[in-house]
Write a protein that binds this ligand. Structure first.
Ligand code: CUO
Length: 671
């Protein structure tokens, strides 16, 4: 009986699905015995799949099996939306397993993986089920294809267990003549790209089930998470002697930055297309993807959005207006700009952010005359590799900022916390007081799941990434109220100067404040100290979770303890918490504020949820756990001329620096 490897694992034991005969597509029938033998031998257990009446899959099946898939493409979004609906609509896990098994052999693998992962993340009955680690399943989206060739050699020559890891070289996409290469370690970081892919998985832009798309403050989080990426990237640029990100605000202008991805798609058997320097986007006529869109249409949408921002009010399809007020304005604008099915008027305001990705992704072949698929900007798993990603998102961020700049600055009543005084903040780590230490680290990932090697077994790849020394924050406060109070501690880090060493003006600097942590603290009366470890950050997830480290996998993935490892893949990778800095020490300023928890809190039960990376990802099935505007207190215009002048008694800063040590240390060995 034919069988198929499954998407769940019980510890290290492999399970195999036993499919009904009619689930096998015609072309596989002759191979079914071989498939059965091959995977069957490895299997620890078999799971029979029920033969159920299958739903209508005609729409998702319109995407060819070997094509690239992108939810930025409207047609693909429709197909994926339909498949998500099908997976969400299955009565129980048995039926889901049946339909997923049927689809796995027919539906485009990228779309299949995306839709099944979205369903697993959103169905109440799949809380204990793991989603496949994307980097393991599709390593071709993350690493140089040379690695696969070497991995295949390793897999066929050496027995499993005796295989040496394959090394992924550092800085392989361009040479030293390309200045942009200095920040390739950030753009091409596997963890950063996994975070971005995961974020868009948690926030899909199309599905009929309102709970999947219409999440609490989704539009605002789209703005904030991407704003933080720009803040982080700009800081990395300053550390490396590069200027600010130039916003891509004129679609008629050539894009100076080239990008040659050097990735191969295994599914599509093709290399990802490069973009040459000086390429200009052109009107799109792509019948295959059913895209026909002129650059001028984008400009019309952008003009209408700018108008809505200026009027602080957006047009609804029924002719009425919805105000973009202090309470909901940024969220509505986020939905309009992104855009998703909860955009209040997609007909009128269009699809600018997604289509910006698509215009750029097809810039090398806008009318399909060379039959080329999209470049890396077309896929959320690869988009952050390309320098133009940051240019496009800087422009998107500018639109949000132009809206925020119309709001009144926060008054002292919103900023201060009477009775609470912060007397000091500093950090301690192995690099010294108020010095963040960074270096390179050599780590290992599993490649086996996505690569069809015979004989099967573990093949690993080694890659180098940025890492910082662990540190802790020490915050001294005085609670003069004589009662225990509750506060929200908000910690940010910002550059103080640009790449030339020129001081940053406060109104610009506030756009580069990087959130490092946010947590609730009990404030005892009198003078006290808060100690907080860097590893507890509300922004990041640990390395093990980003990569689903095999060694840390819990024995039973359906147990409640397994939930964090399985679900909570969204979160900034912890190894990228602190910017690289430079050899002599890059000057930065650490900011802390303790705000009044009574005004911040959201009443909700967080038991059993993964809430440790909520700052950029929110919390599954819950509200965003902070009532203040995202980016508070720096999201509004500020009248103060400097950060010092901005400070209230409940805030404090410390001058610090980030010192980079240019050494590479294998993970697990102390510096
Ligand atoms: Cu995350 Cu443009 O939204 O990539």
């Amino acid at each position: 009986r034919p069988a198929e490897p499954c998407f769940m694992q019980k510890g290290e034991e492999k399970a195999v699905f036993e499919l009904p005969d009619n689930y096998f597509p015609e072309k596989y029938k002759v191979l079914s015995d071989t498939i059965s033998n091959r995977f069957g031998n490895d299997a620890g257990r078999t799971i029979p799949v029920q033969n159920i009446a299958l739903p209508n899959l005609s729409l998702p099946l319109q995407l060819p099996y070997n094509a690239q898939f992108s939810f930025f493409v409207p047609k693909h979004r429709d197909m994926a939306g339909k498949l998500i609906d099908i997976f969400m609509g299955m009565r129980d896990i048995q039926d889901l397993m049946s339909v997923a098994s049927y689809c796995q052999l027919r539906v485009n693998p990228y779309m299949f993986n995306y839709c099944l992962s979205v369903a697993i993340l959103h169905r109440p009955d799949t809380r204990g089920v793991g989603i496949p680690t994307f980097a393991e399943l599709f390593p071709d989206k993350f690493v140089d294809p040379k690695v696969f060739r070497k991995a295949r050699e390793a897999s066929s020559v050496a027995p499993s267990g005796a295989r040496m890891p394959v090394i992924i070289p550092v800085n392989y996409t361009a040479g030293p003549n390309e200045p942009e290469q200095r920040v390739a370690y950030f753009r091409e970081d596997i963890g950063v790209n996994l975070h971005h892919w995961h974020w868009h998985l948690v926030y899909p832009n199309k599905a009929s089930d309102n709970n999947v798309v219409n999440k609490d403050r989704r539009g605002e989080l789209f703005y904030y998470m991407h704003q933080q990426i720009i803040a982080r990237y700009t800081t990395e640029r300053f550390c490396n002697g590069l200027g600010r990100v130039r916003r891509y605000n004129n679609l008629r202008e050539p894009i100076e930055e080239a990008y040659f991805p050097k990735l191969d798609s295994q599914v599509a058997s093709r290399a990802w297309s490069p973009r040459f320097s000086g390429t200009t986007v052109r009107d799109l006529v792509r019948p295959l993807e059913q895209i026909r869109l002129d650059v001028s249409q984008m400009e019309t949408w952008i003009d209408r959005i700018i108008q809505a921002i200026e009027k602080r009010s957006a047009l609804l399809p029924n002719g009425r207006q919805v105000p973009l007020d202090e309470e909901r304005g940024i969220d509505i604008l986020g939905n309009i700009i992104e855009s998703s099915t909860i955009s209040p008027n997609q007909e009128y305001y269009g699809d600018i952010h997604n289509m910006g990705h698509i215009f750029i992704a097809y810039a090398h072949d806008p009318d399909n005359r060379h039959l080329e698929a999209f470049g890396v900007m077309g896929d959320s798993a690869t988009a952050m590799r390309d320098p133009v990603f940051y240019r496009w998102h800087s422009y998107i961020d500018d639109l949000f900022v132009s809206y925020k700049n119309q709001l009144p600055p926060y008054g002292i009543d919103k900023l201060n916390f009477p009775g609470i005084r912060v007397n000091g903040i500093h950090i301690e780590g192995s690099a010294g007081r108020n010095i963040f230490g960074t270096r390179w680290e050599l780590s290992t990932v599993e490649l086996t799941h996505g690569l069809d090697f015979t004989p099967r077994g573990s093949v690993t790849a080694r890659f180098t990434h940025l890492q910082h020394e662990p540190f802790k924050y020490i915050i001294e406060y005085n609670n003069t109220t004589k009662k225990t109070a509750m506060g929200t501690v908000r910690i940010f880090l910002a550059p103080t100067q640009d790449e030339k060493g020129q001081p940053l003006e406060f109104n610009e600097q506030r756009r580069f404040l990087i959130e490092l942590d946010k947590f609730t603290a009990q404030l005892k009366p009198g003078n006290n100290v808060i100690n907080r470890q860097s590893s507890s950050s509300s922004v990041t997830i640990p390395y093990e979770r980003t990569f689903r480290d095999q060694s840390s996998r819990v024995a039973d993935p359906t147990s409640p303890e397994a939930a964090p490892f399985n679900f909570c893949g969204c979160g900034w990778p912890h190894h990228m918490l602190i910017p690289k800095g430079n050899l002599k020490g890059f000057p930065m300023v650490l900011f802390v504020m303790i705000s009044n928890w009574a005004e911040d809190r959201i009443e909700q039960d967080l038991v059993g949820t993964c809430n440790d990376a909520a700052s950029y990802c929110g919390i599954r099935d819950r509200k965003y756990p902070d009532r203040r505007a995202m980016g508070f207190p720096f999201d509004r215009p500020i009248t103060a001329n400097s950060l010092e002048e901005f400070l209230q008694p409940n805030m404090c800063i410390a001058r610090c620096m980030v010192r980079h040590n240019d050494v590479t240390i294998p993970r697990g060995q102390n510096a």
